[in-house]
Write a protein that binds this ligand. Sequence first.
Ligand SMILES: [Zn+2]
Ligand SMILES: [Zn+2]
Length: 286
Amino acid sequence: MNTKSIWLKGLQSLLTSSVPQCLICGKHRQASSQLPSICVNCAAAIPWIVSPRCLKCGRHVGCPDCNRGGETSPIICNRSAVAYNSVMREMLGQYKYRGNERYSALLGLMLDRAYLILKEEREKEQRVQRSSPHSTISSFFQNKRAASGILWQADLLVPVPVSDSQLEERGFNQAERLADVVSQRRGIPQLPLLVRKHHTGKQSFKGRAERLADMKHAFAASPAMIELFPNWLGAMKPMDRPLQIIIIDDIYTTGSTLRACAEVIQQMTEAYRYDVEIYSLTWARS
Ligand SMILES: [Zn+2]
Ligand SMILES: [Zn+2]
């Protein structure tokens, strides 16, 4: 190697070391400003759901499940950060099944964007209700709050729990890690209110009816929360509105997991005579 090529090699390594390595493609490229752990190219390939087609479940395409009707849900609405395509499947695989924990900050940041979209939507609705001449009694409290200029904010984040065997296998609860990011960024507390009673098997191999039946009894109030939850409720400032709780998960497929969790949370809050509004937020929507 002559002096010139040594010099060029040195310069090249200096340049690549100053440009961060992308977590997804592994290349040294300019980092995305919104998601600093990945490059601009990988960030551009993210299928963000900015305005969902189905306002109920947050799906980006037409939604036969919600249109079917009949199925009552304790969840007001779901919002997801991205559409679950093959690129996102690979990303989730790295995180959830290959245990690459460096993805939790990235996916958490992406989830945070969905939180901001939900928050913005709720605030917009408050403004619409305030300006509506046909206010109902149920919107009275919301009007009062909107008039006082208080913006919409969730009171609590609840991650969907994993079973003990899943936790042992994976070493972490992916939903809890994602909720951590939103919790820290937005200053919203997180409580693991629920436990998963039995492992329901790989959901993706099951049909819709089978999944729904499976989920019915899959979740329960966590024994560790029997004292903690009423203490937390008691420490809340008096509110002129229902509690606003968001359930967090990595992916929304049929919504049966989230609905089953919401039912338990509803029972828990009603047991202490609190009204509750339950929302859900997932990283991806299939
Ligand atoms: Zn990249
Ligand atoms: Zn829908």
